[in-house]
Write a protein that binds this ligand. Structure first.
Ligand code: AMP
Length: 186
């Protein structure tokens, strides 16, 4: 049973690495960003509510995210483990996850922190926006997403470090090198 949380700034490679690892462990990769993008594309109630926040690079309000993650973690495939990518994004979300897992008598194994310097992230995100046509990846929105990360999400590094559950990995290496470092760490 593997339960992992992936932390790190936008563009650090969380999605790519989480997918690789989830495949090799045979557990679901749960990306709140992917779920929200799908909801947006399908114009569901959640998608319509999340739209304006995502457009600006802001976090979608907690109550929407918490309901969404609660539902996703209750699905059958999540009973055998998971990798969370993009959640939690702030301390309130991390506390909610603690409560949820406590109630289910579950716990996570490790929190992986992928470290990449800001100037590299901006270039990676700009490249990705050209390749994938992601409308949330214009330069202004990229800057805002990084600010939001530093203000709201990076405090989680100390939150988990204080519990001795944080493993930091240098994300400024080739994809294969990061995968190898991750597999060695978990
Ligand atoms: P991501 O693909 O993880 O970078 O997420 C893309 C966008 O979805 C973010 O910029 C946020 O607007 C929104 N989002 C994803 N996950 C969360 C979360 N846990 N809490 C709030 N907003 C989120």
């Amino acid at each position: 049973m593997t339960r992992l949380i992936f932390l790190g700034p936008p563009g650090a490679g969380k999605g790519t690495q989480a997918k690789i690892l989830a495949n090799s462990c045979g557990i679901p990769h749960i990306s709140t960003g992917d779920i929200l993008r799908q909801a947006r594309a399908q114009k569901t109630d959640l998608g319509l509510k999340a739209d304006a926040y995502m457009e600006r690079g802001e976090l979608v309000p907690d109550h929407l995210i918490l309901e969404m993650i609660h539902e996703r973690l209750s699905q059958a495939d999540a009973a055998n483990g998971w990798i969370l990518d993009g959640f939690p994004r702030n301390v309130a979300q991390a506390s909610f996850l603690d409560e949820l897992l406590n109630k289910a008598n579950q716990h996570y194994d490790q929190v992986i922190n992928l470290e990449v310097p800001d100037e590299i992230l901006v270039n990676r995100l700009l490249e990705r926006s050209t390749k994938e046509g992601r409308s949330d990846d214009t330069i202004d929105v990229i800057r805002r997403r990084l600010e939001v990360y530093h203000e709201q999400t990076s405090p989680l590094i100390d939150f988990y470090k204080n519990r001795n559950q944080l493993v930091s990995i240098n994300g400024d290496q080739s994809m294969e090198e990061v995968t190898a470092a991750l597999k060695a760490a978990i």
